[in-house]
Design a protein around this ligand. Structure first.
Ligand code: KG4
Ligand code: ZN
Length: 355
């Protein structure tokens, strides 16, 4: 029997168990995280070592620096996750790891560590799609949430409206044709001189301002479920550059509030339209931008008006974390996912619904 066949046989045994404990690893960007998750919904521990302070001085994530810091952190983070869950490696059924999408060097640290661990412990390894992990963060927060539902996916790398039909099958309703919304937040923050991570700082600044500025941009995708953020981004950048050239002061709170209102309006209006058109009643939000307080307030308001149920992850599971990877891995396991072979490698991009 090959190594993979042996591990797949073990997975079949694990599928029959009433209690499955997964050690999950996430290192796709600038968070080194290890979590222990039981039956996809209970987080026994989730340790997140963030590199925000390190990357702040560069104004964004420097891939090479991220990889080096993951290498330094990962073993301690793993030991700490076991300690907090009060278990040892013997109590783990399998290992799960994010294999994409993300920064290649950063992902490789998690993937290599996970492969070494799985091989040494003689336990199966599951390779998990980061984006599907973000969606699963809601299964941790909302214990009774089950598909089908509509999902608004808003992260640093992706923006999409999806129909999640069951734990495995997804249908793309609409997506961005250019920038992801998180990327747009980060670039607008940068031009105003706000520090990394930009999205969070725009959220904070917007609370101090008024949405009184009209940015001129062409709404090229009106009437569709697709998004375009690059025009909005350029309009804000031009607005700021214009004022800078005239030596006029820029009002960061008002620009933040106006930009945020515009972007959140796009996201929420198109999502609610999709809910109506497809006859869905449950809306699930996933990805780092789900931490945005204005997006939450706006969707809550619209969902209340329409009689829809809104689900958003707990704040600590909005941005990158390993608990969501452990949750996703559990449902992938139940849906028959095969174990990763020893030649598993990281992928910087993967189609949204591949694994
Ligand atoms: O999902 P995530 O942690 O990483 C990816 O998988 O891409 O998302 C990170 C993105 C960043 O662009 C960050 O600026 C944005 O999420 N973000 C926010 C907020 N918190 C994080 N954007 C708007 N408002 C926030 N409060
Ligand atoms: Zn993410």
């Amino acid at each position: 029997m090959t190594y993979k066949q042996q591990m797949d046989k073990k997975l079949d045994e694990i599928r029959k168990k009433s209690q499955v404990r997964i050690l999950a690893i996430e290192s796709s960007c600038d968070e080194t995280s290890v979590a222990i998750v039981e039956n996809g919904r209970e987080v026994l521990s989730c340790v997140i070592d963030t590199q925000i302070e390190i990357h702040k001085r560069f104004g964004g994530v420097v891939p090479e620096v991220a990889s080096r810091n993951h290498i330094q952190a990962i073993d301690n983070v793993c030991q700490e996750a076991l300690r907090q869950a009060n278990i040892t490696f013997d109590d783990i059924d399998l290992i799960a790891v994010t294999y994409g999408a993300g920064l290649l060097g950063a992902l490789l640290v998690g993937v290599s560590f996970a492969k070494g661990l799985a091989f040494a412990l003689n336990k199966p390894l599951l390779a998990i799609n980061h984006i599907k992990g973000h969606i699963a963060s809601n299964y941790i927060t909302h214990k009774n949430l089950e598909p089908p539902f509509m999902c608004l996916l808003v992260s640093g790398g992706h923006t999409a409206i999806l129909r999640v039909k069951d734990y495995k099958n997804f249908e793309l309703v609409g997506s961005t044709v250019d920038d992801a919304v998180g990327e747009c937040f980060d670039k607008v923050a940068r031009v105003m001189g706000l520090s990394y991570p930009g999205g969070l700082n725009i959220d904070k600044m917007a609370k101090l301002g008024e949405p009184c500025i009209e940015f001129t941009h062409k709404n090229i995708l009106a009437g569709t479920y697709n998004f375009s953020f690059s025009g909005i981004k350029t309009a804000v950048i031009n607005y700021v550059h214009n004022l800078n050239q005239k030596n006029q002061e820029i009002n960061i709170p008002n620009i933040s509030a106006s930009f945020q209102k515009l972007v959140v309006g796009e996201l929420s209006n198109k999502t609610i339209k999709a809910m109506k058109d497809f006859g869905e009643a449950k809306l699930v939000v996933a990805g780092g931008v789900s931490a945005n307080s204005y997006l939450k307030a706006k969707l809550l308001d619209l969902c209340n008006k329409e009689g829809y149920n809104l689900y958003m992850p707990d704040l600590k599971y909005c941005t990158d974390n390993a608990a969501m990877i452990g949750s996703c891995a559990y449902f992938e396991l139940l849906n028959g996912m095969e174990c990763a072979d020893i030649n598993l490698t990281a992928k910087s991009t993967i189609p949204l619904f591949n694994n």
